[in-house]
Design a protein around this ligand. Structure first.
Ligand code: XIL
Length: 373
């Protein structure tokens, strides 16, 4: 009796797998490979992706976690003071519930001037601006957290509060009215905990391991420290992970030490880690598509392996699954004008080397406690 080719290939792969590690399987989905090491895998979904039945099917097959890419942001939810439009966000929540997926709430407070609703930028905070600002932010945070408390397992409560250029907190109409962002950040986490006591509460930011991110990392560490000291209910650091594959292939190795030192400090303070927005910008990579895809996969895998070496990392979310709907082209276009290829699937929803690389990384990762999300 002959042994079929697939069995031979599978047992050859199994023989090569490192001892003790879960093994990558030929028919693996990302969610299944991630779940074997106790990790929840998912993606953000934006309006264009959500409108495509094929894309929704891909997300349902490959993911255990869904993050609405824009639908839960303040400008999307609230067209004016005390006015809310939940229809769009509700559609994502209903989809996730029907498909049996965990939902991440992104984001309750994004205190960046350019990300605030227009009406907030023009808001009259009156003679008692501190109280007025507490009321404005507090009402938004509490209303949204309450509405989705039963559906959202993990909230990005505060997003990008640190100015990467200085490491200080960002300046905006909110910080000006409130005399700094500190009290609004604390208030947001406290209100989110009250409204959604079971949800994981995350501070989310894009500090990374690249040169030029030192001040950003330090600023985030200082913020996390002060939140701990004030006993503010923050469970995890969200690492956005919009990483850029460098033309210089030795860069990952050189950056690893600083990055581990940062993650060590965060986890030693007792924070969990969530990768919230992973993609691999290839704007610096030249060459044909196959070369670019391979470099994106190699760099993304190395980055993921380091993150996965922390058992405190329990969720891994990408910022889109397919290049077709990725935000990367609009973010910083390539100099040669070509379409970027920073996701796990191409424009036609065909898997790329980065997908296989992540499955390998998940399959070789140490086990961790199952995620709550
Ligand atoms: C981006 C979305 O992908 C875009 O569609 C939108 O135009 C702008 O926001 N950090 C974050 C995300 O926390 O919310 C951002 O999402 C990407 C950077």
């Amino acid at each position: 009796m002959g042994v079929d080719r697939r069995t031979v290939m599978l047992s050859a792969a199994a023989a090569l797998a490192p001892l003790g590690a879960a093994r990558a399987r030929e028919d693996d989905t990302l969610a299944a490979a991630a779940a074997r090491c106790g990790l929840g895998f998912g993606t953000a979904v934006g309006a264009r992706g959500f409108a495509s039945a094929d894309y929704r099917a891909l997300v349902e097959r490959e993911c255990a976690v869904i993050t609405p890419e824009n639908a839960m942001k303040w400008p999307a939810l609230s067209p004016g003071p005390d006015r809310f439009t939940f229809e769009d966000a509700d559609r994502y929540a209903a989809w996730a519930a029907k498909a049996g997926k965990a939902l991440r709430g992104h984001t309750l407070l994004w205190p960046r001037q350019d990300r605030l609703p227009e009406w907030v930028k023009a808001y009259d905070f009156g003679p008692k601006p501190v109280e007025a600002c507490d009321r404005l932010v507090g009402r938004h945070v509490a209303t949204v957290a309450q509405r989705y408390a039963k559906r959202v397992g993990s909230f990005d409560v505060v997003n990008e509060a640190i100015d990467p250029a200085t490491g200080a907190m960002r300046d905006s109409v909110l910080s000006q009215a409130s005399g700094g962002l500190g009290r609004l950040i604390a208030l947001s986490f406290q209100l989110a905990r009250e409204a959604a006591p079971k949800a994981q509460l995350v501070y989310n930011d894009y500090m990374d391991w690249g040169t030029g991110s030192e001040k950003h990392r330090l600023g985030v560490l200082r913020l996390l420290e002060s939140l701990r000291k004030g006993a503010i209910p923050v469970d995890a650091l969200g690492v956005q992970a919009h990483v850029t594959a460098p033309a210089d292939r030795g860069a990952a190795q050189r950056r690893e030490r600083d990055w581990r030192a940062f993650l060590d400090e965060v986890t030693q303070m007792g924070y969990k880690l969530v990768v919230t927005e992973f993609d691999v910008d290839d704007r610096e990579i030249v060459g044909d598509v196959a070369e670019r895809d391979q470099q994106v996969a190699d760099y993304g895998k190395r980055w993921a392996e380091i993150a996965l070496s922390y058992p405190q990392l329990t969720t891994f979310v990408t910022w889109g699954l397919s290049d077709r709907f990725s935000w990367l082209d609009s973010f910083r276009p390539r100099a040669d004008g070509q379409h970027k290829r920073g996701c796990l699937y191409d424009d036609d929803f065909q898997p790329k080397p980065l997908r296989a690389a992540l499955i390998e990384a998940f399959s070789a990762a140490p086990a961790r406690a199952r995620p709550s999300t």
